[in-house]
Structures are given as structure tokens and as C-alpha cells.
Design a binder for this molecule. Structure first.
Ligand code: MG
Length: 247
């Protein structure tokens, strides 16, 4: 069980990450480089008194992950990658503040999306929220995964299996791993005080992914679009609290 003080710190770190994500979202436009997003995240995170948790994590070379179109996650910002009209872009911000971490991401439209891109992005957001909706003391990880997977399938999409959510607190990644697929009633029980991320990666095509030779960038094997939304969640006695609400 976390102390109340620790939970307050988690709330502050979560709101800082969500604030930075909102600043980035408002700045995105065609022609912008993903390296410019990285710079913006560094500046805005510092302005909030935090540090970017991802920078140097297992050697990650940037302060933020920018994952465009068929990139599933862990896209590395680059000065030679520019946003184009019609792109979808996931920006994944993690902020360390007060010794704890807040982790949140959203997928943004660059200009006007295609109908299938809009459907995918809407489905990804709804899948995250469907997972969060079942979080309460006594909920099992399988209940969460099942809620996400059932909705994705109903919308004709697939769920990436290779990456899941994770516990979060004094470290950015803590046990347990939180699968975004599963069977109701399976898996460990979540108890009040637990903090973890809910971050399903939803694909228009199949669930398989590959890692590019840079060692970071994860793409869909069929190169069809992928979208993701993420919140950091606290299990409360009454249910749950989203620690990364948009400002
Ligand atoms: Mg994240």
C-alpha cells in the first residue's frame, strides 16, 4: 500500500506529464520535425520542475517517443522526420517529478485524417478507457485485458500482444506487466494503492510487430496503422483514479 504522501507525489508527476503532452498536442503541425517535439518536451518538462524519464532509459536516445502511422511504439525523434498532412502520431511522455513517474500518451491527427485512421484512433482511445473502467479493488488483470480485446475485436481491430502496461512509481517500469488481452477472471488481483499504466496499442491490421534495425522503433509487420492512448491509473478503495488527466 502506498502512503498518502507518495500518492500525492504520483498525482503531481502525472499532471506534469499530462500538461506536457497537452502542450505538445497543441503545437503539432505539418512540416514539424519529430526532433522539434523532443526539444519541446525537454523544455516543458524542465519548466514543470521535472526530468524526462525516457531519456537514457536502457540507453533510449531521446526525451519522448514519437510513433507515426505504422510505428507502434518507441519511435525515436529525428531532425529528418517531418510530420505530414494526414499522419497520425503517438506522443508518449513520461515525467519524473518528486522521485516518482507519471506516464501518458495520446495519438494526434496531423491535419485531416482518413476515415480508417479516425476509426482506429477512436477505437484505441475507447479501448484504453474500457480497460480503465473495470479497474477497482479485486479486479484481475485478465478482466482488464478482456475488456480491451473484446472492444478492439468488435471494431475490427487487433491488440498488440508483445507490449503491455506496467506498474509505475519510484521506477518508470515496475512489476507487474499489464497485458491488454486476456480472459475475464484470470490473472493476479489489483488492490487499492496499486499504480500502473493502461496503454493498449491497437492495429488496423494484424497484431504482429517487428523492431527496426535501430533497435528501438517497433512497427506493424503488415505496415498498417497503429494507435495508442495511455494513462497512469491508481486503484482506489472506490474504484480508480486517473493520475494523468488532461489539463
Ligand atoms: Mg508511456
Amino acid at each position: 500500500m502506498l502512503t498518502a504522501e507518495h500518492q500525492r507525489a504520483m498525482r503531481r508527476a502525472g499532471r506534469a506529464a499530462a500538461g506536457t503532452l497537452a502542450v505538445v498536442g497543441a503545437a503539432l503541425r505539418p512540416g514539424m520535425s519529430t526532433a522539434a517535439i523532443d526539444q519541446l518536451v525537454r523544455e516543458d518538462t524542465a519548466r514543470r520542475g521535472g526530468t524526462p524519464s525516457q531519456l537514457g532509459f536502457h540507453g533510449f536516445p531521446a526525451a519522448v517517443c514519437t510513433s507515426r502511422n505504422h510505428v507502434v511504439c518507441h519511435g525515436v525523434p529525428s531532425p529528418t522526420e517531418h510530420l505530414e498532412e494526414g499522419d497520425i502520431l503517438n506522443v508518449d511522455v513520461t515525467t519524473c517529478l518528486g522521485g516518482v513517474h507519471g506516464d501518458t500518451s495520446a495519438t494526434f491527427f496531423i491535419g485531416a485524417p482518413s476515415p480508417e485512421a479516425r476509426h482506429l484512433v477512436d477505437t484505441a482511445r475507447r479501448c484504453r478507457d474500457a480497460g480503465i473502467a473495470v479497474v477497482r479493488p479485486g479486479a484481475r488483470l485478465g478482466d482488464i485485458g478482456h475488456a480491451i480485446e473484446a472492444l478492439a475485436r468488435a471494431e475490427g481491430c487487433s491488440v498488440v500482444r508483445l507490449y503491455g502496461g506496467h506498474g509505475i512509481g519510484r521506477a518508470m517500469h515496475e512489476p507487474p506487466s499489464v497485458p491488454h488481452t486476456g480472459r475475464g477472471g484470470d490473472g493476479p488481483v489489483r488492490r487499492a494503492g496499486a499504480t500502473f499504466t493502461m496503454e493498449p496499442m491497437i492495429n488496423l491490421g494484424g497484431p504482429d510487430v517487428d523492431t527496426l534495425p535501430d533497435g528501438w522503433t517497433v512497427v506493424t509487420r503488415d505496415r498498417r496503422l497503429s494507435a495508442q492512448f495511455e494513462h497512469t491509473v491508481l486503484v482506489t478503495p472506490a474504484g480508480h483514479e486517473i493520475l494523468t488527466p488532461p489539463p
